[in-house]
Design a protein around this ligand. Structure first.
Ligand code: TXA
Ligand code: MG
Length: 333
């Protein structure tokens, strides 16, 4: 870590202590952080993001040894998962202690906790010493930032300090696992998969949309998750491989300027289409996804077509793409 960055991290910790906001990199996306024990500081997050107050925040910790301050009735699974996946892109939902301010949890009896795997985030957490409440550092409903530049574009002067830790390695938000009911439930898929979690848990977690998921979890999820999320301003249409040629031919016939995010190069006979290629593997695609969507969104095209990925390994990526498509208000063909 370079000397100026170390100095900035100390300044960031001092700002947090003073009740100010700091944007910082994690391995998933950039976070907009505040002292999680200071309700006035946390309130600034909601104001800057334009986020509804009942939308709970994740508290970032420097290590699993801090769990007991924030969570109670911690099941053995939580410790096993923490040992295996922390620091890393996994958020655990646990019963909260009385120490957690209501504003962090949206008044719920549970709290989301994670230890991020990024040297700058970990250095900040160590320098600050306490929990940092942080959502993604974007305006509510927009695409999460994966570079410091994205944060500045979205939030500008509203944040006194943006720590620059380079592009985020993972690129999409953490897997959220609810451990407050008898069967573990994934509230938000991420790059740590159900299969990997299942190997530690002894059986696969359910997904929140599974009819077998406990009713209370499905209710809770509804409060925290809006379908229209992670959305570019340009309408995004998820397009299966085999219909991509015809969909594009139709768009060209209508003389529309459209863009494509695909996992293979453009065919030679489509010169007028803005075409971006992302890697054909889930981790590589996730890493680049939000930067591609931002770049394509800035072009002012009529539509962005995204080649629809298929298969369980693509679940987290597909979840973000479906939200982006729903948020842009056009139906997938
Ligand atoms: O990767 C990530 O998780 C990033 C980085 C910054 O850590 N953070 C992030 O935060 O994505 P945010 O606020 O954009 O999304 C947090 C999600 C929301 O959908 C929220 O509803 C859910 O976590 N959440 C937080 N606390 C919860 C709780 N107690 N119960 C259920 N859901 C919760
Ligand atoms: Mg977010």
């Amino acid at each position: 870590m370079t000397e100026p960055l170390e100095q900035e991290i100390l300044r960031a910790a001092a700002l947090l202590r003073a009740g100010e906001l700091v944007a910082f990199p994690t391995e998933t996306v950039y976070g907009l952080g505040a002292d999680a024990r200071n309700p006035q500081a946390v309130a600034k997050i909601f104001a800057v993001k334009g986020r509804p107050a009942d939308h709970p925040l994740i508290v970032h910790l420097r290590g699993a040894e801090q769990l007991a301050y924030w969570a109670r009735d911690i099941p053995a699974e939580a410790s096993l998962l923490a040992e295996k996946f922390w620091p890393g892109p996994l958020t655990l939902i646990l019963k909260r202690t009385a120490s957690v301010p209501d504003i962090v949890t949206g008044g719920q009896d549970t709290v989301g906790l994670r230890v991020p795997n990024h040297p700058v985030a970990l250095a900040l957490l160590a320098a600050f010493g306490d929990g940092i409440a942080a959502p993604s550092a974007n305006k509510f409903g927009r695409i999460s930032p994966t570079t410091a530049q994205h944060v500045r574009e979205d939030l500008g002067d509203a944040v006194p300090l943006v720590l620059d830790g380079g592009p985020c390695a993972v690129g999409i938000e953490s897997t959220i696992l609810d451990l407050t009911t008898r069967r573990a439930v994934i509230l938000r898929p991420g790059m740590i998969t159900a299969f990997e979690l299942g190997r530690v848990l002894g059986r696969n977690p359910l997904f929140a949309d599974d009819p077998l998921a406990p009713e209370e979890v499905r209710r809770r999820r509804a409060s925290g998750r809006l379908v229209a999320h992670y959305a570019p301003r340009t309408p995004l249409v998820l397009t299966p491989d085999d219909s991509l040629p015809i969909v594009l031919r139709n768009a060209l016939a209508r003389q529309e300027r459209v863009a494509v995010l695909a996992r293979h190069p453009a065919p030679a006979d489509w010169p007028h289409i803005v075409w971006r290629v992302a890697p054909d593997d889930p981790a590589g695609f996730a890493h680049e996804l939000y930067a591609h969507l931002r770049a394509l969104d800035a072009l002012g095209c009529r539509r962005i077509y995204v080649q629809k990925p298929i298969g369980p390994a693509w679940r987290a990526v597909l979840d973000r793409l479906e939200r982006a498509a729903a948020g842009s208000g056009e139906q997938t063909p």
